[in-house]
Design a protein around this ligand. Structure first.
Ligand code: PMP
Length: 286
């Protein structure tokens, strides 16, 4: 049984409770982060803490604690749950003032809710899907306009994964105005003639922590990187494609809307970036 964290307490998971009036539950009024644990250490903690503070600021929410304390809670959960490889999920909501109202409660009187739990994933780094690559479908991106804020409004991404599953695929790429924004829970890339192409940062996509690291490592390895949007047609004609996220690292994409990319197996750029990412992020894990 897991030990989870709720507002200052470490509790067995079935004893952890939050109010039914919590705005995270009633209004999706909350933000989250997912940090990976490899060999018992946290990957890119500073990046996740920085993005959390930015998400909170954009929604006029105050941080539930300082970031050193947050690091301490992450480490304590890793220790208590004996996590060697896995994920730490963190959610901050605007809390509850004991009733339902669209208007934000007084921030002086209502404290944010902080919930954290672990998910053990022993095979995180040797995920068999990485050897085969994943198949994606494209669907309309009908999400709201502030995808740079990591909110807990995950209904449409969930529906996108269900649509992919119904089509016999693994995930969906979201398309707006003819261009791919990102995957349901990852950033999207294509590779053409050795050049890595991924959408530029804006309010249209989440600023992936893995994206930032992978692009840095790619540039350090003298690979060409172009930050611009691309269409599904361009992607189908690419040599290879991949997605990145904290939990999947660099995951090759081998098929888009039924069209295989290249020879339909993971491409060399995605494979190399996955290796570099795993090696480099372990070096800086804390
Ligand atoms: N885009 C979306 C929509 C996501 O949900 C995620 C993962 N939460 C990402 C991109 C990747 O972000 P990160 O590399 O920080 O996990």
């Amino acid at each position: 049984m897991r030990t989870v964290y709720v507002n200052g307490e470490y509790l067995p998971e079935h004893e952890a409770k939050i109010s039914i009036f919590d705005r995270g539950f009633l209004m999706s009024d909350g933000v989250y982060e997912v940090t990976t644990v490899l060999d018992g250490k946290l990957i890119s903690f500073d990046g996740h803490a920085g993005r959390l503070l930015r998400s909170l600021r954009e929604l006029d929410m105050s941080p539930p604690c300082d970031m050193d304390e947050l690091l301490g809670i992450h480490r304590e959960l890793v220790r208590l749950n004996e996590i060697e490889n896995g994920l730490i999920y963190l959610q901050v909501t605007r809390g509850s003032d004991g009733d339902r109202d669209f208007v934000f409660p007084d921030p002086e009187a209502t404290k944010p809710t902080l919930v954290m739990f672990t998910q053990s994933k022993p095979n995180l780094a040797n995920n068999p899907a990485a050897g085969k690559g994943i198949k994606v479908i494209s669907i309309d991106d009908i999400r709201w306009g502030r995808r740079d804020i990591k909110t807990v409004q995950l209904l449409y991404p969930s529906m996108g994964k269900m649509m992919a599953k119904a089509a016999g695929c693994d995930d969906a790429w979201l398309v707006e105005d003819g261009k791919v924004t990102e995957g349901t829970s990852n950033n999207a890339y294509i590779v053409k003639n050795g050049r890595i192409i991924t959408r530029e940062l804006s309010n249209d996509i989440l600023h992936g922590i893995t994206r930032a690291a992978v692009l840095r490592y790619a540039r350090e390895a003298q690979m060409e990187v172009e930050e611009r949007s691309f269409s599904i047609d361009e992607a189908k004609q690419a040599d290879e494609a991949f997605v990145t996220s904290a939990s999947t690292f660099v995951m090759p994409v081998v098929e888009i809307d039924g069209t295989p990319l290249g020879d339909g197996t993971p491409g060399p750029v995605a494979k190399r970036l996955r290796e570099i990412y795993l090696e480099e992020s372990l070096k800086t894990a804390i």
